[in-house]
Ligand binder design. Structure first.
Ligand SMILES: Nc1ncnc2c1ncn2[C@@H]1O[C@H](COP(=O)(O)OP(=O)(O)O)[C@@H](O)[C@H]1O
Ligand SMILES: [Mg+2]
Length: 488
């Protein structure tokens, strides 16, 4: 592997610090003979090859003392090569200043050690930039060597490590969703959920309407919020309205508002949810329940972005993104004539279909543990799942999906009298069969099959008892006794 950093020859005192089987630390004096931003060669033979991590304390002529960690990567007769760890930004900048001063100007590349024949700005052999004093050199260099370091390290990463790193970059460095904590709240690492997260990321910055489908409790509203929070409208409002929860006669006023005097009792003007959503997103939950008359008003909004309060003389133009969700099949609602086809195609510009919890594999347990920790923290208690509880969580079908899991875990924490939550605390008892019935029905099945196979075998073998015994893999006397048993 080519070197990732320019190195130079030096003669700089360093104290090597290593633990001595506990809190005792020992220090030895040595010298850096070569140093780069990522490591150094030290004229010291480390006595214990098992303890590879050491402390390194050194003093840079202009800057004073630094202490960093080093890992011994190679021991040689005359000394050892170490790699630097946890070197902070300040220490690194100062070390770079020191290295720069010690790099011998010449034709030899301080990265690969090859002779370029003349002074060049870029090594013709390894390609590294050699123009050390150019502005921004260190930043560019660090970026490039960062990629290289990540490449070598990530060979040992598991898939989970990779997600952790990407998540860290997204949340901690780029700040995506940090204020809203989407990453903490939207839990899932099963393949179908990763696909959902990627769809959310892709559709969020567009202005497309989104149709979210899935059983109740699968996270449709959470998905709608996640899209809003990652969209350019995130500073605007997110206004949810559940079309199934509001009586039909009130739904129109809720969605579109009314003018004073529009009907008896309309003593003031009222803003509708669409108006509240100006500059943001409206989330029409259970859109399949929207009465057909209101569907045409939504369709009008799609066409000219205008909504009209009840009793108003004209409409109002609004800037609102529509996200809709349904737990019923809208295509069959179209066939039944209760949902407008043209509205369906408007809404279905981008579809996200949330998988049922039972289809999410290991996510069942991951989510259960996540909620247990979350609720325990909230309730200031400490509980864990018994192994049987984990098995029950894995095997249960979760018809109410994540919402059902939340409810079961919340009440389990309250129900469970000690610290270990059992399947019965979760109300997930393994179903027990009525024993007597099970045994008798099994016996019936067995008898029917036995009789049927015996008749078949006797027919095939033309009632030859020896042949029948051979075909069935039983003895001749057994064939006789079965014939007697079933009266054949
Ligand atoms: N993947 C998930 N991670 C964490 N919480 C979830 C997840 N999916 C759903 N929830 C939670 O489950 C509950 C039901 O989700 P919701 O979005 O209301 O479902 P739906 O709208 O599909 O009925 C909410 O409290 C939501 O925060
Ligand atoms: Mg919902």
């Amino acid at each position: 592997m080519p070197r990732l950093d320019a190195r130079c020859k030096v003669d700089l005192p360093v104290n090597i610090i290593y633990g001595n089987g506990g809190t005792n630390k020992e220090e030895k004096k040595a010298r850096f003979l070569e140093v780069s931003l990522s490591g150094a060669y030290i004229d010291y033979k480390y006595p214990d090859p098992d303890k590879k991590i050491i402390g390194l304390r050194y003093e840079l002529p202009k800057y004073g003392e630094f202490e960093i960690l080093g890992k011994v990567i190679r021991g040689e007769k005359a000394g050892m090569a170490t790699q630097f760890y946890n070197i902070n930004r300040d220490a690194k900048l100062k070390l770079w200043d020191y290295i720069k001063e010690n790099i011998v100007e010449g034709t030899i590349c301080p990265y690969c050690g090859k002779d370029n024949g003349r002074k060049v700005k870029k090594c013709v052999v390894c390609g590294w930039n050699l123009d050390f004093n150019s502005p921004g050199y260190l930043v560019e260099h660090e970026k490039e060597s960062f990629i290289n370091r990540l490449t070598t390290r990530c060979k040992t990463f598991s898939l989970e490590d990779i997600f952790k790193v990407l998540n860290f970059v997204d949340v901690e460095i780029l700040g995506i969703g940090k204020c809203w904590d989407i990453n903490e709240e939207f839990v899932g690492s099963s393949r179908p959920m990763l696909e959902i997260f990627s769809m959310i990321r892709r559709v969020a910055p567009t202005e497309l309407p989104v149709l979210i489908t899935g059983e109740s409790g699968t996270g449709k509203e959470l998905t709608a919020m996640a899209i809003h929070e990652r969209s350019l409208r995130k500073e605007g409002p997110f206004i949810p309205i559940n079309c199934a929860a509001i009586p039909e006669n009130l739904l129109e006023t809720e969605l579109f508002g009314y003018e004073k005097g529009a009907f008896t009792g309309a003593s003031n003007n009222k803003m509708g949810k669409f108006e509240y959503a100006e500059g943001g997103t409206i989330f029409l939950d259970e859109i399949g329940e929207l009465p057909i008359g209101l569907q045409s008003k939504i369709l009008r909004f799609f066409e000219d972005k205008i909504v009209e309060r009840i009793g108003s003389k004209g409409g109002k133009k609004l800037d609102v993104r529509i996200i809709a969700a349904t737990s019923v099949d809208l295509k069959s609602a179209i066939v039944k004539g209760v949902f407008r086809k043209d509205l369906f195609y408007r809404l279905d510009a981008f579809r996200i279909n949330l998988p049922a919890l039972r289809e999410r594999g290991d996510d069942k347990v991951i989510l259960a543990r996540y909620f247990l920790n979350k609720f325990c923290r909230e309730m200031n208690v400490s509980k864990t799942f018994a192994k049987e509880a984990i098995d029950a969580i894995k095997n249960y079908d979760w018809p109410g999906n994540v919402r059902e899991m939340i409810n079961k875990i919340r009440s389990a924490i309250v129900m469970c009298s000690d610290t270990t939550i059992t399947p019965s605390d979760l109300d997930l008892r393994i179903p027990t069969i009525d024993n007597a019935a099970a045994v008798s029905s099994l016996r019936d099945v067995r008898n029917t099959l036995e009789k049927q196979k015996l008749i078949e075998a006797l027919n095939i073998c033309s009632n030859n008892i020896s042949k029948t015994a051979k075909v069935l893999g039983i003895s001749r006397p057994s064939v006789y006794s079965l014939k007697k048993k079933y009266n054949i």
